[in-house]
Design a protein around this ligand. Structure first.
Ligand code: BG6
Length: 490
């Protein structure tokens, strides 16, 4: 057992929205994996909460299916042992029934760490927290986890945060952004601050531009109800992509103390150059997929899935800038979308050209160095370098990658899911990888004027065919500046 899988103190994890998609596909399998790895004390309890009229037994059978689905090689004896920790309570945030009994069930182990994971619509956060407070479940070692999105703009985020703060202290509040739990994102810390190599070059003097792409092949499918009120800007850019940007662009924190890191991320968010209504048409692109081909077959368009007309964007590209000494003048191109040709998340840092070429034309083109951090799939790091083409025939240049796949390099089959790390961080009481309230506010502060400009323009998102890289305007957004979206083959 290595230090990362040391057992944590026994805890109660209460998942509101326990029968929901996130709980079934991610949270419960994540807990199972940590359990099998010996990190979870079997005295812990995992309690699913939803309105459905289930009991411990029927919920256990749902959990069993979820685990068999998520981990094809799960051993029956491990599943059996894990299920012993699983419980279910039916509760409704708007009704009194059951809360008293639930409170005494949790209260039976008052000294335990209690994690209340709100994997529900944010519209329920306030009433759930109030209920927890009314039953004194916020005391002692209680922690609350808020799933994104926290609101739909700054005002609604403030309302939620104010309501939560009436019950839980900020130090008890964990706003989860699962991108921060991804291996490559944490590796960004190791890469930037564990190597002397990069930091001296990590600035506008040496970096030409940065791209952050989070591309998905999936459509919105059964999530259309939630998604239509959100769109790619609120679903991905305001949180996941801005958090990646922060990790990449922040100043070196003095330590990994939670507030040391979060203070630096906050400074980046506050330094984001506002995009005015006039600039929005030039520096942002909204798209929506129409029917096309994806994942090996033909797929319907977004509005067909939704069953009605909609102006919600399923694709966004933005040219962002950070107005500070380190980054002045460096464009950060951000791009995310559903129904794109591949599932691919990466950060690409392109360095400037060498100041002077000593090579003649016959040597070939001098390409710029590029550092590619792949978040998924095949997590790893690639550094593109110029070398001499081996062999005779004169000095010919070639651009080749130093390529490290984490799985290959460490001989592992699968990296742990982000939620495995993050939920145990909550249990350990470590909020470093969670968003502080002021970060959420600063992110909305930047996103709101863009959303407002889009709404005021009345323009519909540009349609793109499912299975393509979004509207052509997204290509123009970057090519206008003389750059191209990374295609990873040159
Ligand atoms: C979620 C978004 O936060 O992140 C989804 O709500 C998106 O729309 C998902 O699909 C992407 O996460 P991952 O880990 O699959 O890249």
């Amino acid at each position: 057992m290595n230090s990362s899988s040391l057992q944590v103190e026994a805890f109660d994890l209460v998942i509101f929205g326990g029968t929901g998609d996130l709980s079934i596909r991610k949270l419960l399998p994540a807990m199972f994996h940590r359990f099998v790895d010996g990190q979870i004390d079997p005295a812990s309890r995992i309690i699913g909460i939803a309105r459905a009229d289930l009991n411990d037994e029927s919920f256990r059978s749902t959990v069993q299916d979820a685990i068999s689905q998520a981990s094809k090689d799960a051993k029956a004896k491990d599943i059996k042992a894990f299920l012993q920790m699983i419980h279910y309570r039916s509760l409704d945030a708007s009704k009194d029934a059951g809360w008293e009994e639930f409170a005494s069930f949790i209260g039976e182990q008052a000294e335990h760490i209690r994690v209340f994971y709100l994997s529900t619509s944010p519209s329920l956060f306030s009433s759930l927290c109030k209920r927890l407070g009314d039953h004194k479940l916020n005391e002692g070692k209680a922690r609350v986890v808020l799933e994104k999105p926290i609101g739909t703009d700054l005002a609604s985020a403030n309302k939620i945060n104010d309501d939560v703060a009436k019950v839980f202290h900020e130090s008890q509040t964990y706003r989860i952004d699962h991108y921060l739990g991804k291996e490559t994102v944490q590796n960004l810390l190791a890469l930037r601050f564990g190597n002397a190599l990069f930091e001296p070059l990590w600035n506008a003097g040496h970096i030409e531009h940065v791209q952050i792409t989070v591309a998905e092949t999936v459509g919105v499918g059964h999530r259309a109800g939630y998604y239509d009120g959100s769109g790619a800007m609120r679903d991905m850019i305001q949180n996941h992509i801005l958090q990646l940007l922060c990790m990449l662009a922040m100043e070196p924190p003095a330590s990994l103390e939670p507030d040391a890191v979060r203070d630096e991320k906050l400074k980046v968010l506050r330094s984001l150059k506002p995009i005015t209504a006039a600039e929005a048409s030039q520096n942002t692109v909204r798209g929506q997929y129409r029917a096309g081909a994806s994942e090996g077959g033909s797929v319907p368009g977004y509005q067909d899935e939704l069953g009605r007309a909609s102006n919600t964007e399923t694709f966004v590209a933005i040219k962002a800038e950070i107005a500070n000494w380190r980054w002045a003048g460096v464009p950060f191109y951000l791009r995310t979308g559903k129904r794109l040709p591949e599932r691919l998340s990466e950060i690409v840092v392109t360095f400037k050209e060498v100041p002077h070429s000593i090579f003649g034309q016959e040597a070939g083109t001098l390409a710029q160095n590029r550092l590619v951090l792949r978040l998924q799939p095949d997590e790893g790091v690639k550094l593109w370098l110029t070398i001499k083409n081996p062999g005779p025939g004169g000095l010919k240049l070639r651009h080749v990658p130093l390529d490290m796949s984490f799985l290959e390099a460490f001989g592992i089959r699968q990296l742990p899911d982000a939620y495995e790390r993050l939920i145990l961080d909550v249990v350990r009481g470590n909020p470093t990888l969670f968003m502080r309230r002021d970060e959420v506010e600063a992110a909305w502060n930047w996103a709101d004027p863009i959303l407002d400009a889009w709404a005021a323009s009345g323009d519909a998102p540009k349609l793109y065919t499912a299975g393509t890289w979004g509207p052509s305007a997204s290509v123009a957004l970057i090519e206008r500046d003389g750059h191209t979206w990374n295609e990873d083959n040159t």
